[in-house]
Design a protein around this ligand. Structure first.
Ligand code: SF4
Length: 411
């Protein structure tokens, strides 16, 4: 099979995996001088050059041959798709060539389970290791860990990759049993645990300045959850993500709206899956950066996130007793809870109010989204705006009713 055809098949087969943002890593530590390639700073798997060109990771499967029959996956054994596999040399050449031409900044490599997990893992590692050692590849590498592979493989993978990920895919053992019966939640968690343990051990050695301590997966580990292929509510999903962040120190959980595949779970089990995926990302953000607990974001009485409101605004409306927050003397943590005030604007409020009085226009200049914040704050005891009726407030914030056009007051 022509290499181009393989690439088309195996890049297409990888597109359902969302867990590939190239965040959290600088140049690969220990990379030799004179290696080639640059990477962009954190947070994205695509970047745009000055002339508008998009550069991204080469995101491919090593092979789309798979022994498993996960109902939601186009690569499952019972699917009638065309199959292909790279050799390690082909992938190394392809990645190097694309990188040299600045088509890509790095490589995201996963695979179908075409053989025993260790054998599959060996191939993925061979690609990453050859790129680093023989081709002086300084770019970003994200390797998928195949659940069931041994600790030795997991140790080796992290020596060459920036990021490792083990996909959990479905949020409960019940859904795994029904939709991915050959998969085991235990094997996924064991793999995450191994990554986390090896990371901890190596970090400890490095903390003791042991020269022999290598760098291990400096961009940490992540996972992906498919949303909407199974019936779990958002409370279950966010609860699981919260537990994964705590237990395995995951850098990111990625949420991927289920794309119906032929013979897979019915489309339309949930409507508006893309909005749901977006709300889950916002909820995840609140957990990771704003110290909200899963229970606060999705309490038992409302187990699905509100599709019409961002989760922080929805929380504020459920807890109007915590508002208004007085901008002149509120603590940082209280400012963070105000809809429309982000971490950066909260820090700037603290800085600026030390040296000069603030007014509502000034808050806007500090990055506060007054469109939302105006109903939840006071400045020197004065509201900018506060509809008395919580139902009306909800309608305004959900964009179902025009906000009152009150002038900005000066203080
Ligand atoms: S293990 Fe399941 S999800 Fe992964 S490639 Fe195979 S069928 Fe798809």
């Amino acid at each position: 099979m022509e290499l181009e055809t393989k690439l088309a098949i195996l890049a297409g087969a990888a597109k359902y995996d969302a867990s590939c943002a190239s965040s959290g890593s600088q140049s690969f530590p220990g990379s030799p001088d004179g290696g080639f390639g640059v990477r962009v700073a954190a947070g994205v798997c695509h970047s745009w050059t000055g002339d508008g060109r998009c550069v991204s990771l080469l995101k491919v499967l090593y092979s789309n041959v798979c022994r498993f029959d996960c109902a939601y996956c186009v690569n499952r054994v019972s699917s009638g798709i065309e199959r292909a596999s790279f050799t390690p040399d082909e992938l190394v050449d392809l990645s190097s060539e694309f990188y040299r031409r600045n088509y890509i900044e790095g490589l995201f490599l996963s695979s179908g389970i075409f053989s025993d997990p260790d054998i599959v893992m060996e191939k993925l590692i061979a690609v990453a290791k050859t790129l680093r050692k023989d081709r002086n590849f300084n770019g970003y590498i994200h390797l998928k860990i195949i659940p069931g592979s041994g600790e030795a493989m997991i140790r080796e993978a992290g020596l060459w990759a920036d990021r490792l990920s083990v996909n959990i895919e479905l949020p409960t053992e019940k859904s795994l049993t029904s939709l991915a019966p050959q998969k085991s939640g235990k094997l996924v968690f064991d793999a995450m645990n191994n990554v986390s343990r090896v990371t901890g051990e190596i970090e400890e050695d490095r903390g003791h300045r042991l020269k022999s301590a290598p760098v291990y997966a400096p961009a940490g580990q992540s996972t992906q959850l498919i949303v909407g292929a199974s019936e779990e509510d958002d409370r279950t999903i966010i609860g699981l993500s919260g537990a994964l962040y705590r237990k395995y120190s995951l850098r990111r959980v990625y949420y991927s709206a289920y794309t119906p595949v032929e013979g897979g779970p019915a489309a339309g089990l949930f409507r508006n899956l893309l909005i749901r995926e977006h709300r889950l990302y916002q909820a995840d953000w609140l957990m990771r950066l704003y110290q909200f607990s899963p229970d606060e974001i999705v309490p038992p009485e409302t187990p699905f996130l509100d599709s019409a409101l961002d989760p922080k605004t929805a929380w504020a409306l459920r807890h109007l007793e915590n508002f208004p927050v007085e901008i002149k003397n509120a603590a940082y943590d209280d400012l963070l809870r105000v809809p429309g005030i982000g971490a950066k604007s909260a820090r700037r409020i603290l800085e600026v109010r030390r040296s000069r009085p603030l007014n509502f226009d000034g808050l806007k200049r500090l990055g506060v989204a007054l469109k939302r914040a105006r109903y939840f704050i006071t400045l020197g005891g004065s509201f900018l705006d506060r509809p008395e009726n919580p139902l009306r407030l909800r309608r305004i914030l959900a964009g179902e009713e025009d906000a009152l056009q009150l002038p900005l007051f000066e203080f």
